[in-house]
Design a protein around this ligand. Structure first.
Ligand code: ARG
Length: 460
């Protein structure tokens, strides 16, 4: 017989290195607190239902509470020969209270146990993601408020397109993070379901009370199909998927922060505490942290792909493949929490070069649309207006003269309907001021949207 908890029907012992391959204790020990928490609820239910005696339930409870203390004090040591956190905790419990510990596993399997631990682990941490996002959003709104009137060039294809306000740009990210927030909120719904009581796969003959266990553990739903309960990892996939989308958003902003703090752009400067220098080039100030967030997007997408691929085509119910689920989620949880926090700090200390931003809009012909719109309002069909302005831009590029620097005579040669008031229209500040259509970039819009954003944050 093997010396394993499940070793009854085994005659041979696996080599240590084989055991090690099958073990998960080196990573699933992260769920030690959740494993004990789940067991405490389970044993309470076993006692209440008289599946074990009150005295036995009492002894097991006391033992588990001792383990809880030891864990808090950093005094629990795990052994790879006990494979995973579930069997390690049971072995430690046996050391504490003797063979009565063996009654804890009545009406339970490691399959519903691991699912329960994992749900609990994610459930406990989703609020941290939401809090971190909330702080990031607060930071963005504050900045948007401060820079609601700051004019800069807006881009399409990374080419100067039309002037926008920096506040408007910042609120675009507020919107993305708001959707992220809502996705993680929804993620809670599918995490908040109790698998325990499914046993190995088919339920149990013992008169268990799953509603009681759910209440003990703070789950507001119970899996209604035992096969699904032990096989479902959607909540983990949703977490990885939501995290991937969030990291994609962060990576886009990171890219802009890196680009905009270059010598060429010089729109912003990242504070010293979120930058690094070079060991050889004394002048360097690198946006390492923004780069690292951009880089960590890769491992997040990788984790999502890894778990999707692990789950693909897995027959019901539990398969050992599923042991591969946890490391991805553990790693991504660390990654998103740290990345959001870094971003909040980076935005907090950001220096914005408003003059340089405005200057970028003055000789880039980004007011060409203004002129075309102007002609259109004077009755010229827009397509024709577009062609007229295109010609003027070409002339301007050849003569190195911006549209607003051309004389009225030159402009009127192109289109006789042009008047003195065109110079007002061609001003970048005026261009943004006039973009008051719903969702447009005008400072007055940004101010309204800041209020709306603050309301969203307040109502949480
Ligand atoms: N360590 C396993 C996991 O993480 C626990 C469940 C094992 N169940 C089993 N029947 N092998 O998935």
């Amino acid at each position: 017989m093997s010396d394993k908890l499940w070793g009854g029907r085994f005659t041979a012992k696996a080599a240590e290195w084989v055991d090690e391959f099958g073990a998960s204790i080196h990573f699933d020990q992260k769920m030690a607190a959740e494993d004990i928490e789940g067991s405490l609820a389970h044993v309470k239910m076993l006692g209440k239902q008289q599946i074990i005696t009150a005295d036995e339930a009492q002894k097991i409870t006391e033992g588990l509470e001792l383990l809880q203390q030891d864990l808090l004090n950093g005094q629990l040591t795990f052994d790879v020969k006990n494979e995973d956190i579930h069997m390690n905790i049971e072995a430690l419990l046996t050391e504490k209270i003797g063979s009565v510990a063996g009654k804890l596993h009545t009406a339970r399997s490691r399959n519903d146990q691991v699912a329960t631990d994992f749900h609990l682990w994610v459930k406990h941490r989703l609020p941290r993601v939401l809090d971190a996002l909330d702080e990031l959003q607060h930071e963005l709104v504050q900045l948007a408020d401060k820079y609601s009137h700051t004019v800069m060039s807006g881009y399409t294809h990374l080419q100067h397109a039309q002037p926008i306000t920096y506040g408007h740009y910042l609120l675009a990210y507020f919107e993305m993070f708001q959707r992220d927030y809502e996705r993680f909120e929804f993620n809670q719904k599918h995490t908040n379901i109790l698998p325990l009581g499914a046993a190995a796969l088919a339920g149990t003959t013992f008169p268990i009370d799953r509603a009681f266990v759910a209440e003990q553990l703070g789950f507001n739903q119970i899996y209604h199909n035992s096969l699904d309960a032990v096989s479902d990892r959607d909540f983990a996939l949703e977490f990885l998927s939501n995290s991937s989308i969030l990291m994609m958003h962060l990576s886009r902003m990171a890219e802009e922060m890196i680009l905009w703090s270059t010598y060429e752009f010089n729109y912003i400067e990242i504070s010293d505490d979120f930058s690094t220098g070079s060991s050889i080039m004394p002048q360097k100030k690198n946006a390492d942290f923004a780069e690292l967030v951009r880089g960590k997007t890769g491992r997040t997408f990788g984790s999502l792909m890894a778990l999707l691929t692990t789950m693909k085509a897995l027959p019901l119910a539990y398969n050992k493949d599923m042991q591969e689920d946890k490391e991805q989620v553990f790693d991504v949880m660390d990654t998103v929490l740290a990345s959001i926090k870094i971003f909040t700090g980076m935005l907090n200390g950001l220096t914005v070069h408003e003059e340089r931003m405005l200057e970028s809009t003055t000789h880039d012909f980004s007011n060409a649309t203004e002129l075309a719109d102007y002609l259109a309002t004077k009755g010229i069909p827009f397509r024709e207006a577009h062609a007229i302005v295109g010609q003027l831009v070409l002339q301007g590029i050849q003569q190195n003269t911006a549209l607003q620097d051309m004389s009225l005579e030159v402009l009127q040669q192109a289109a006789s309907v042009i008047d003195e008031d065109i110079y007002q229209v061609l001003d970048a500040k005026v261009a943004v001021d006039r973009r008051v259509s719903l969702g447009g970039t005008a400072p007055s819009n940004v101010q309204n949207e800041v209020q709306r954003a603050l309301n969203i944050l307040q109502e949480r």
